[in-house]
Design a protein. Structure first.
Length: 159
């Protein structure tokens, strides 16, 4: 008996280093894939977003459909008079790309997005519980060091 994971039941946990092939394809860990197709038989799609991560640089944030919907809804909730609304919509619109999963569990990293994030022949995928991020190998070391300092302080509140 096999258990099919749904997008809602998935948690993106762990750290994985994957090769990026000459066609810029990268394998998504199987435990991070609910299925390679949706209910209608269409390829499952993530959304890649070029994500500025402050002092840590830039990564590709990988959002499953529900998380992309949440992000767009949060932006849409801003009143039209909010000067941040249109720039956020433009930024997300111009810096996002659909990433269908192929039959081998791979997605293609658009060349310009990979270059902006500094991703070359190898990518480090970091689970973020409800989404995951793709980092260059060098930048992933920086972000993990930075995160460990913050986490040590903030996790103490959970006991």
């Amino acid at each position: 008996m096999s258990v099919t994971m749904t997008v809602e039941s998935l948690n993106y946990l762990g750290r994985f280093t994957q090769k990026v092939d000459s066609s810029r394809r990268v394998v998504v860990p199987s435990r991070w894939l609910p299925a390679k197709t949706d209910e209608s038989g269409n390829p499952f799609e993530f959304t890649l977003v070029v994500w500025p991560a402050g002092n840590n640089g830039t990564c590709l944030r990988v959002l499953p459909p529900k998380q992309m919907d949440k992000l767009l809804a949060k932006i849409e909730e801003l009143p039209d008079s909010d000067p941040r609304k249109l720039p956020q919509k433009r930024f997300i619109g111009a810096n996002s790309m659909s990433a269908p999963v192929d039959k081998q569990g791979r997605i293609v990293l658009p060349e310009d997005m990979a270059a902006t994030a500094g991703i070359g022949g190898e990518v480090v995928m970091l689970g973020c519980v409800d989404k995951f991020e793709m980092w260059s190998a060098e930048a992933s070391k920086t972000v993990q060091t930075s995160d460990s300092v913050v986490a040590k302080e903030s996790l103490t509140m959970w006991g």
